[in-house]
Every structure is written in C-alpha cells, then in structure tokens.
Design a protein around this ligand. Sequence first.
Ligand code: FE2
Length: 133
Amino acid sequence: MAKYEFTKKLETGNTIIDKEHRELLDAVNNLMDACSKGEGRTSMDATIKFLNNYVEKHFTHEEQLQQKSNYPGITAHKAFHQQYTTKLKEITSGISLSGPTIVELGKLNGHISVLISHISTEDKKLAAFLSQA
Ligand SMILES: [Fe+2]
C-alpha cells in the first residue's frame, strides 16, 4: 500500500508543527500497515487509538500557539479541527467495526487528503504568522 510521505511541499517552516505533522503521517502509515497486513483487530485498534489521540494532541498544540499569538484565523481553524477529529473518529470506528474494507479505507484515504490540503494551506498560513509574531 502506498505510504504517505512528508514531502518538502508540506513543510510549514515551524519546527514543532512540522515534527508533529511528520509523526502524524507516520501514525497514518502504521494504521494502513496494520490494515493491509491483516494484523488482527487488537493491533489495528491500537493504531487507530494512537492516531486519534495524536491528532487531538497535535490540534491542541496548534490551537495553543494560535491563542498565545492572537492568531486572527483561530475561530475557523479551530472549527476545522473540531469537525476533522469528529469525522476521523467516525471513519476509524467504521474500520474497527467492519474491518479494513475497500470502502472504509477509501473513506480514510479521502479524509487524510483533506488533512494534507489543510497542512499545505491553513497550517502554512499559521506558521507564516507565527514566524512574524
Ligand atoms: Fe491545523
């Protein structure tokens, strides 16, 4: 299965944010691996839990950075994070319940694409603002 790569294009220039984005994609890849290897529910569920927790932790960090710097886009950015985590939980519990079917994995891949475009637009804007703050 193709892996998500943290390419130069995804770099925001903020060391903390970039490090966490890299780890986030690693967590996605670990879940994909667990699914494709048919590692069984216990191992798959552990990677699902890790991914959901990591996303929440990372979003909280970004929001703290926005709060501290009075980032003007905080409301919309926070709303995106909120919707994103809710939908990620829905999709991953679908994987957990129905198994890693093509349909479920398709939903996950679609949702990861949304994150990748958020990183390359909104998170870059945030990092640019933080570098001037
Ligand atoms: Fe973000």
